[in-house]
Design a protein around this ligand. Structure first.
Ligand SMILES: C[S@@+](CC[C@H](N)C(=O)[O-])C[C@H]1O[C@@H](n2cnc3c(N)ncnc32)[C@H](O)[C@@H]1O
Length: 240
């Protein structure tokens, strides 16, 4: 749903040229390029993620003009300028989100679109739940409100925003996701070791359970911002 909203409200088309920051296994850029029949590049600091992204592209989007590069997005340079930069929900994984947005802007064409999605809280997440999430994810989940989350986009024009409540998943829904995802890896990698399969399921289940526990405290907003050289970093319109 997020991808489709980004596609519609950023007017993605066959002439678009997408860059995805922190693309992990390449899902967003791949599916957006496939929908619009345009070209795209995904970058991520993790070599293993980029390998998986290339593998997935061969499997799910053979005829799409897609490239993936393992690199630190903050040091990435190219002569290309992109019509769309996707950062998804990855912004908060960077130590300095404001600096990261500036890096995105430096790679955008005039009138280009920044596509992101942010979690924010309306009631504070209890310390116990936060500590658990920190332990399982290795990062502290966003525990700040909407205005604080949005402050890093100052200077860009907000073209579209869509608020979502995040309804916790049932045990059945979680199990379906975990089983499907692990089965895919097991088949792809021809894994036969039952104890390894069990470990993979337990780890993914642990991550999904904690993410689920956070859901009652979180909301999610799908965002499309435009970068216009003649306006940035000012604002001349009301926010609504
Ligand atoms: C939560 S995942 C992003 C998931 C996905 N792209 C999304 O938003 O739907 C965070 C990703 O950020 C990547 N990452 C963290 N720091 C990075 C950096 N400096 N440059 C590029 N990728 C980075 C990690 O390797 C990881 O794949």
């Amino acid at each position: 749903m997020t991808l489709n909203k980004w596609r519609v409200y950023s007017m993605l088309n066959s002439k678009s040229n997408i860059l995805e920051f922190a693309c992990t296994t390449g899902f967003s850029v791949r599916e957006l390029c496939k929908m619009a029949q345009c070209k795209g590049l995904g970058i991520d600091i993790s070599k293993a993620s980029i390998q998986a992204a290339r593998h997935n592209a061969k499997q799910y989007a053979k005829s799409v003009n897609l490239k993936y590069v393992a690199t630190n997005a903050l040091e990435f340079s190219t002569k290309d300028r992109f019509s769309h930069v996707v950062i998804g929900a990855a912004l908060r994984f960077f130590p300095n989100p404001t600096q990261t947005i500036q890096k995105c802007i430096s790679l955008m064409q005039n009138d280009g679109f920044l596509l992101s999605a942010e979690f924010f809280v309306e009631k504070s997440i209890p310390d116990k739940v936060l500590a658990k999430a920190q332990k399982v994810f290795g990062i502290t989940p966003t525990n700040v409100g909407y205005k604080e989350v949005m402050s890093v986009y100052k200077g860009l024009e907000l073209m579209y925003e869509d608020f979502q409540n995040i309804i916790p998943e049932t045990e059945d829904e979680l199990a379906h996701y975990v089983d499907s995802t692990v089965e895919r890896i097991v088949n792809d990698k021809n894994i036969k070791d039952d104890s390894l399969i069990k470990k993979l399921k337990n780890r993914l289940n642990e991550i999904k359970q904690v993410a689920n526990e956070l859901r009652p405290y979180q909301r999610y907003v799908i965002l499309v911002h435009r970068y216009r050289k003649t306006i940035y970093p000012h604002r001349y319109v009301e926010l609504f």
